[in-house]
Design a protein around this ligand. Structure first.
Ligand code: FAD
Ligand code: MG
Ligand code: MG
Ligand code: MG
Ligand code: MG
Length: 552
C-alpha cells in the first residue's frame, strides 16, 4: 500500500492529469511565515504537523533574544551569544521548512501571493525580487522605532532594536571616552563628547541608562582616569514618571536610585528636535525650550508600524492604525487565511456590551426570557474566555460574587426575585468593557501568540471538521479553537548595580539583589537553545571575573 502512495505522489506532481491520484496524497498546504523574531521563532518551534510546507521569509537569518540587547550595548554580553541561527531551529524539525533571506515588500491577498526582495548583499547582481504563493500567510514582522517625526532623530540618534544597533552603541561609547582623552581638547569639548542622552524612560531606556552608568563607574573610570568626572548621563522622559507601566514602588525606587547616582532624570521633557550638536527639549509645565550639547543620543520611545504593514492596512481598509487588527484567533480581520501576531498586530477585542443580547440568549437555556443566578453562573466561564475584560472586572471587584452582582443590578427588585431580565443583565455587566486593554508590545506576548498559533495549525484538520463557527459561549464543541488568551508572567526592570525590580502577577513587587538573581536565572532559562544559554552564562561569569571588554 505504501509504495502505491509513493507512486501516486510522484504521478501527481509530474502531471496535472492525475486528478484522482492527487487526492490520494493531497498537496501539502503552503504556509508562508514573515519574520524570524519572537513571534515567528515561537511559531516554528511549536509547529509539529508534518502535513504543512513552510517557507520562512525574513531579512534576518537569525533570532535575537531582545531582552539581553541592552546588556550587549556595554559589553556585559557578547552579540553572538544572543543570536540563534534560524537554520539551527528548523533543522531540528520534522516539518518541511525552508528559509529565504529577503524582506516582504507587498502582500496581495486576492491572489494569495507575496512579493519579496532579497536582502543579501551581492556585488554582481542588483536587487533580486521574487513572488511566493501561500495557502496561509503568517505576518510576524514586528514593528519599527517610532520617531514621532521629530526632526533630526533619524540622522543623529542611535536606536536599540537590532544586534547591529547594540554593537554600534558599544563602539560609540568606548570611542567617546577615547576621543575625550585626546590632548587637544578643551574641557568644554570633553564634557560635550561625554554627555550621553537617553530619550524615553521605558524599560529599554532605563536599562540602558543603568548599564551605561555601571560601565562608566565599574570599568571606564579606572581606564580613563583623566576624563572620568566629565561623563554625564541624562534621561529625558515626556511624562511625569519613568517606568510608568510598572508599579509605583518600582518607579519611585528607580527615580531615587538614579538621582543618587547622578543620572539626570528630566521628567516632563519633550524632545522637539536634534541637530548635530544639540538636543532641544520643551518642558511640559511652562513650555520653556532648552537646548543642550550632547555627544551621543539613544532614542527609545516606543514602536510604530513598518511600511509594509502601513501599506497593507491601507490596502484592506484598516486605515491609520497603530498595528494590524486581528480577531481573537489572530486572524487579520476579513481574511480566513492571513494571521498576524506580535508587535505588528493588535487584537480587536470584542466589547461584551455589543454582543449582550446574544450572550443573554445563549445563557437563557430554557428560553424563559430571564436568567437565574444558576444560568448566569453556568455561562460565566465561557463569557470570560471570550471577553477577558469580564474576568478582570470580577477580579477587580474581588468581594463580589455573582449573587452580589445580581443584587446590585436588580436593586430593590432583588427582594422579590433573583432572575435577571435582559436590561438587568446589561446593568450587571455594564462596566466590564472599561477593563479592556491592548496587550503590550512585548516578547512575552509575541512568544505566547506564536505558540498558540502553532497549536491551532497542529490541530487545524481536526478543527476544520468542527469549524470554529460562532463565539465560544454560543456552542459547546470541544474541538474548536479557543481564542488566544495572554498569560502575564511578570516583568523585570534591571536598574544597575546588580539590582533589578521585578513585578510578578498579583502585583507582587520585589526590588534588589535577590531579584537580580531571579533575573539571571529566568533569562538563562528562557534562551532558545542550549548553545546560546551556555554562551550567555559564560559571558556573565567572564564579566564578573574580568569586567567588561573595552576594546572599541
Ligand atoms: P520582532 O522580534 O521584532 O521580529 C520581527 C522579525 O520580522 C525580524 O526577524 C525582522 O527581521 C523581520 N522582518 C522585518 N520586516 C520584514 C519584512 N518586510 N518581511 C519579512 N520579515 C521582516 N519584551 C519583553 O517581553 N521583555 C523584555 O525584557 C524586552 N526587552 C526588550 C529590549 C529591547 C532592546 C527591545 C528592542 C525589545 C524588548 N522587548 C522585550 C520587546 C520584544 O523584543 C518585542 O516585543 C518582540 O521582539 C516582538 O516580537 P515580533 O516577533 O513581533 O517582532
Ligand atoms: Mg517575528
Ligand atoms: Mg526578536
Ligand atoms: Mg501586538
Ligand atoms: Mg431562563
Amino acid at each position: 500500500h505504501g509504495s502505491q502512495g509513493h507512486i501516486a505522489h510522484a504521478d501527481a506532481t509530474a502531471s496535472d492529469g492525475g486528478h484522482a491520484l492527487s487526492e490520494v496524497v493531497p498537496k501539502k498546504k503552503k504556509v508562508v511565515l514573515l519574520g524570524t523574531g519572537w513571534a515567528g521563532m515561537s511559531f516554528l518551534k511549536s509547529l509539529k504537523d508534518p502535513t504543512y510546507e513552510v517557507e520562512v521569509v525574513s531579512p534576518r537569518n537569525f533570532f535575537v533574544f531582545t531582552p539581553l540587547l541592552p546588556s550587549v550595548t556595554c559589553g556585559k554580553v557578547e552579540a553572538r551569544s544572543i543570536a540563534e541561527p534560524i537554520r539551527n531551529i528548523i533543522r531540528k524539525k520534522n516539518v518541511d521548512i525552508s528559509f529565504s533571506e529577503a524582506e516582504c515588500i507587498k502582500i496581495d491577498p486576492q491572489n494569495k501571493k507575496i512579493y519579496c526582495r532579497a536582502t543579501i548583499d551581492s556585488h554582481s547582481k542588483g536587487e533580486e525580487e521574487f513572488a511566493v504563493d501561500y495557502d496561509y500567510l503568517i505576518i510576524a514582522v514586528g514593528a519599527q522605532v517610532n520617531t514621532f517625526n521629530t526632526p533630526g532623530v533619524v540622522e543623529n540618534c542611535h536606536f536599540l532594536k537590532e544586534i547591529d544597533d547594540a554593537q554600534k552603541i558599544r563602539k560609540n561609547v568606548i570611542e567617546s571616552f577615547e576621543k575625550a582623552s585626546l590632548p587637544s581638547l578643551s574641557d568644554e569639548e570633553r564634557k560635550k563628547i561625554l554627555h550621553f542622552v537617553i530619550v524615553g524612560g521605558g524599560p529599554t531606556g532605563v536599562e540602558f541608562a543603568a548599564e551605561l552608568h555601571d560601565f562608566v563607574n565599574e570599568d571606564l573610570v579606572r581606564l580613563y582616569p583623566k576624563v572620568k568626572d566629565l561623563a554625564k548621563i541624562t534621561l529625558l522622559e515626556a511624562t511625569d514618571h519613568i517606568l510608568n507601566m510598572f508599579d509605583e514602588r518600582i518607579t519611585n525606587f528607580a527615580e531615587s536610585k538614579f538621582g543618587r547616582e547622578g543620572i539626570d532624570v528630566k521628567l516632563g521633557s519633550m524632545v522637539t528636535g536634534i541637530n548635530e550638536n544639540e538636543i532641544s527639549t520643551k518642558a511640559r509645565g511652562n513650555g520653556k525650550t532648552t537646548s543642550e550639547p550632547y555627544g551621543m543620543v539613544l532614542w527609545s520611545t516606543g514602536v510604530g508600524p513598518r511600511p509594509l504593514i502601513k501599506e497593507f492596512m491601507k490596502q484592506i481598509g484598516q486605515g491609520n492604525r497603530r498595528a494590524l487588527a486581528t480577531d481573537e484567533w489572530l486572524r487579520v480581520e476579513g481574511f480566513d487565511n492571513i494571521y498576524a501576531l506580535g508587535d505588528s498586530a493588535t487584537i480587536n477585542q470584542r466589547k461584551a456590551m455589543e454582543d449582550i443580547a446574544e450572550i443573554f440568549k445563549k445563557a437563557d437555556k430554557d428560553n424563559s426570557g430571564t436568567l437565574t443566578v444558576k444560568e448566569f453562573q453556568e455561562t460565566l466561564d465561557d463569557i470570560c474566555e471570550r471577553y477577558p475584560q469580564v474576568e478582570l472586572y470580577l477580579k477587580n471587584k474581588q468581594k463580589r460574587n455573582i449573587v452580589d452582582l445580581v443584587k446590585e443590578a436588580k436593586g430593590d427588585a432583588a427582594k422579590e426575585s433573583m432572575e435577571l431580565n435582559i436590561e438587568e443583565f446589561k446593568a450587571a455587566l455594564s462596566e466590564v468593557d472599561s477593563q479592556m486593554k491592548n496587550l503590550p508590545a512585548t516578547a512575552q506576548v509575541a512568544n505566547q501568540q506564536g505558540a498558540y498559533l502553532a497549536k491551532c495549525f497542529n490541530r487545524m484538520e481536526e478543527c476544520e471538521k468542527n469549524p470554529e463557527g460562532p463565539p465560544r459561549f454560543r456552542g459547546t464543541g470541544r474541538h474548536r479553537f479557543r481564542p488566544f488568551r495572554y498569560k502575564h508572567l511578570g516583568q523585570f526592570a534591571p536598574l544597575g548595580g546588580e539590582q533589578t525590580a521585578a513585578q510578578l502577577p498579583g502585583d507582587w513587587v520585589s526590588i534588589g539583589h535577590s531579584s537580580q538573581w531571579l533575573w539571571y536565572s529566568v533569562y538563562a532559562s528562557k534562551q532558545v537553545s542550549w548553545r546560546t544559554r551556555a554562551l550567555v552564562v559564560s559571558d556573565w561569569v567572564r564579566r564578573f571575573i574580568f569586567g567588561r571588554d573595552t576594546s572599541g
